[in-house]
Design a protein around this ligand. Sequence first.
Ligand SMILES: C[S@@+](CC[C@H](N)C(=O)[O-])C[C@H]1O[C@@H](n2cnc3c(N)ncnc32)[C@H](O)[C@@H]1O
Length: 188
Amino acid sequence: MYHPLFTNIAGKRILDLGFGNGKAALYFAQKNKVIAIEKNPRLVLRLQKHNNANISVIQEDIGHYCSKIQKEEEKFDLIMARNILPFLQNKKIIEGILHQVQNALKPGGYVFLTFFGRKDEWFGERENIVFFSKKEIEEMLAPTASQNSNEILEKIYEAEERGVKPTMHNTLKYWHIYNIILQRPFLR
Ligand SMILES: C[S@@+](CC[C@H](N)C(=O)[O-])C[C@H]1O[C@@H](n2cnc3c(N)ncnc32)[C@H](O)[C@@H]1O
């Protein structure tokens, strides 16, 4: 689930957008400070029950939260937007959030994004999900060279994933996903 780039990070400020079951927030909180945003009150309560001193759990819309980040000291080293953007109604809203996410990152900070591809089992079935072609993703995002290692960043720019795997609710489906890791600035 986590790229090797993230396995040893420590002492960083991390934002988890739409944390769902909270797995990523709990993972990163072992060695980092995590701000975890979720709109579903049941999931908020569930993560709050962990009483993890390294996690600030906030019940809020992700767009609303990101739009408030202005000061440099509030910005993040890593923003997780895993399996959340495709649920935001339409491409215009998604692009708006991406601008806010870019603004909420420290210079050179990382973003983890997931998009649904058109071979996904839910394509044509779920009206509430936005699906992307590779071309559409490339039209929005521009990978920049890593400040630390060009080689790593080229490799992690895009990982296309296809296969049967469980959903958050533990039912099996065929996934077609683009996992993308980029550094700020990442928008065209
Ligand atoms: C498919 S789940 C993914 C959860 C987690 N990020 C993961 O990778 O497993 C999407 C989550 O985003 C939350 N969500 C969707 N739209 C949101 C919004 N506008 N603001 C805050 N949370 C939102 C949903 O309640 C849900 O828990």
